[in-house]
Write a protein that binds this ligand. Sequence first.
Ligand SMILES: [Zn+2]
Ligand SMILES: [Zn+2]
Length: 361
Amino acid sequence: MDIRVGILTAPKIEFEQKEHTFVLKDVRIGIGFHWDRKEDQEFAGTLEIKPTPNPSPKGGEPWEVAINTIDLEDYLCSVISSEMNANSPMELLKAHAVISRSWAIRAMQKPNHEGFDVCADDHCQRYEGLRRMNERAVEAVRATRGQVLMYNNEICDCRYYKCCGGRTEIWRTCWEDIDVPYIQSVQCDYCDMSRLPSAVSRHILRLVLNDYDQETKDFRDWQVTYTDEELDEIVNSKHPGIGHVIALEPLHRGASGRIDMLRIVGSERTDVIGKELNIRYTLSRKCLYSSWFDVKHENGAWTLQGHGWGHGAGLCQIGAAVMASEGKTYEEILSYYYHNTQLMILSPKGHDYLTKSHLDD
Ligand SMILES: [Zn+2]
Ligand SMILES: [Zn+2]
């Protein structure tokens, strides 16, 4: 099974052909997030270059997109290497291989993009080519080859994020107004690093986060402070003409505490915004860690006191890492974050499913 991955470079694609691979220059990663940056990346498979209909954020010429066609299992080896540190516990890598595979197959059935199945960035799943590829990630993908998570005979849309902040979120806080039965709100004490000795928590963070993610500190309980002028500038850059910000009023919160509807009272206008990601973009130059926060306004300064990193629906990567380091299996990790799901193996033909226990017999 092949997957087509779209890779954005800015604004024109430069590449170097090697014997069996190609190198793309200045690939953008973390687009729009606080770790946004560029780097050269190397890929296997085939390469096709096309203009993308989305112009750059600043307008102007349309960008080009590099489309890399590659075997799904090889794609997963790179995704697991890109999302997770090579030294992560094996059960965490295996859990991640299963959810990344399930997610990717769903995305291939219903692509979010025009012209390719998934993009290479955090919007879909991080896919950073061969240079970050590591043997343990490859081992985890091989050990779970073809395994997907299923609910009611459908492959699960396995969402995940860095850290829930203490409680996981439900689907409708982040996306469509539907109930996704396997995405329930669960209490997660695993990602509470304060209950672990600091040497252990530092060790786990080093294992789970890639180098550039380790620049992000204190994400379980965080605080952001703006002066009145700063917040006015940020909010008006996203909602022009709203004027001086007078109040930020959470109108609705999801099951974890993440705000999915926020009223911004401005001197010129009042806007109501949602859902969680839009709120995170609106209240930050790049993107807030999460929309789970309380607002304080005193002495000409705004303080957002928040919890968690990411949308919070599905698997908590930090929590799952702690579970794995405490000896939980990948099956236990998956059933903790995705309720009443079954682990199945895609048959080689790809259209019917065999239960894992059946295959193990
Ligand atoms: Zn995408
Ligand atoms: Zn958690």
